[in-house]
Design a protein around this ligand. Sequence first.
Ligand code: D54
Ligand code: ZN
Length: 279
Amino acid sequence: MNTVIKTQYSSHPEDFKSYDTSEIRDKFLIEEFFQTDMISGVYTMEDRLIVGGIHPVSKSLQLEPVDQLKAETFLERREIGIINVGAKTKIEADGTVYELDTKEALYIGKGTSNVIFHPTETGDTFLYFNSAPAHMTYPTTKVSKENAEVVTLGSLENSNHRTIYKLLVNSVVKTCQLQMGMTELKPGSVWNTMPAHTHDRRMEAYFYFDVKEGNVVSHFMGQPNETRHIWVKNHQAIISPPWSIHSGAGTSNYTFIWGMAGENMNYGDMDTVKPSDLK
Ligand SMILES: O=C[C@H](O)[C@@H](O)CC(=O)C(=O)O
Ligand SMILES: [Zn+2]
C-alpha cells in the first residue's frame, strides 16, 4: 500500500475551549505532511474531507482505495482537487496525461479509476490534495493561474496585501462540493483572511507553503469570541471546523492553499467578523 489515510474525529466548540496546546495541535494541525513514496493524509469528519500530500520520489504512486472508504477505487464516490506545490510533474487519470506546473491545479471527477502520480528528474514532486464525497461526475479539468478567478485584497498598510487565485471554484470548473484556491501574500504583508470570517455551511482546510526558512505562521482559530492560535511551519496543514475562524499572521510573507467542502458553493457567503469584535 502506498496510500495511507488517518481518521480524525471532529470537535465541539464548547470542548475546544478547554484544549491545551498539544490537544489543539493533535486535533487540528497536520504536522508530518509529505512522506517519501507515499500518498498520505487525514480523513477528517469535518464534512468528510480528505486532506493529504503526494510525494513520489523513487517510484510512481497509484491512488489506492483506503479502508475508510469501503470502495473499489478511491474516487468511486469522491472527487479530488490537486494543487502542485513542487516541481513540474505529470498526473495520469484513466490514461490521459496532465502536465502540472508549479501552482497549477487539477480537478479529477468521480469514477476515475486509475490515477497515477510520477516523480520528476527536474526537482521534487510535492502535490497537495483535498477530496470530498461526490454524487455526480464532472469532467477532469486542469486549471492554471491564467484560467483562475483572481482577486487582490487588502493593503500593505494593513499588512494583508494578497492575491487570491480561485482555481477550483464553481465560476471556473464544475465540482460537487469542493472549492480550492491559493492565496499569495505580497512581500511585507503577513496577515491572511483578516478581517476573519466563519462559514457554518462549510469546513475549510489550510495548507501553508512558501514559508521562508526560519519563519513560521501563527494560525488563529476558534469561535470569534474564543480564539486560540497554532504555530505552523512550512508544509503543514490545518483543519478548520465550520464554526471556526481561519486566519494567520506570519513572521514573513508566504502562500497558502485553502480548500472547502460542505454546502453552498458561493465563495462570498462568509460571515465576516470585525477585527474589533475578536476575543
Ligand atoms: O472562505 C475563504 C477562505 O477562507 C480563503 O479563501 C480566504 C483567503 O484566502 C484570504 O482572505 O486570504
Ligand atoms: Zn473561509
